[in-house]
Ligand binder design. Structure first.
Ligand SMILES: O=C(O)COP(=O)(O)O
Length: 219
């Protein structure tokens, strides 16, 4: 590994390190079934999976949404998800090897997600790889969440690495906006939940990768 100025890698979680879409989709379909509405296919929910409970409920309920109490739907969704959080979720191929290489080269790494902290704390222990993570910042750890840079700046400070020496890797525009605003080097995780017609060149990321291992070339 070449020695450049990058000393830490911070990652988005859903759609970047973990493929959580099918457990999120199951939670959505459970709520839809409870209300006798048609369920949603993986092809439809996967590109939305990074948008959390709100984005998925908006997709599934569409124009029916206004007929329901949104907070109640969200609670049903989160209850089901919490109780079934790691049924189908897995690390993306190449992620374990990437994290292993970071560990063996003493590159600090951690997670900055918009997923609520209680769910993230519940999910990460299902995967031994996260024991080496040095920081976890959830969507409600601070009052601001991505695309605001505050969670990223907080993570960098917690691991005592200057933001300019951090990479931030994510699969959503809000990840790249947050990373750029935090003065980090930003990388698009193209293997994540990105719509087919998305024009990634408009995101203004520093780099874009098709596979997790490619991230090592920036370090
Ligand atoms: O659950 C969410 O809201 C999205 O989570 P992410 O930031 O890890 O993509």
């Amino acid at each position: 590994m070449q020695s450049k100025s990058i000393k830490a890698v911070l990652f988005d979680l859903d759609g970047t390190l973990l493929d959580t879409a099918d457990d999120l989709g199951s939670a959505l379909n459970h709520v839809l079934e409870q209300h006798n509405l048609p369920t949603v296919t993986p092809e439809a929910y996967r590109p939305i999976a990074s948008n959390g409970a709100k984005g998925l409920l908006e997709l599934g309920f569409a124009e029916q949404l206004s007929k329901f109490n949104f907070d109640q739907l969200r609670e049903q969704f989160l209850d089901y998800y919490q109780n079934n959080i790691a049924q189908k979720t897995s690390l993306y191929g190449g992620v374990p090897a990437l994290l292993e290489t970071l560990n063996s080269n003493n590159i600090a790494w951690g997670v900055v997600t918009n997923k609520p902290e209680y769910l993230t704390t519940l999910l990460l222990p299902y995967f031994d790889e996260f024991t080496a993570s040095q920081i976890m910042v959830g969507g409600d750890t601070l009052t601001q969440r991505k695309p605001h840079p505050a969670p990223l700046l907080y993570a960098a400070q917690a691991i005592s690495i200057a933001p300019e020496q951090c990479l931030y890797v994510g699969d959503a525009l809000r990840d790249i906006e947050a990373g750029n605003a935090a003065n980090m080097t930003t990388v698009i995780a193209e293997w994540g939940y990105i719509k087919e017609d998305e024009n990634l060149s408009l995101w203004q990321a520093d780099f874009s990768c098709k596979k997790p291992q490619e991230i090592l070339s920036f370090i």
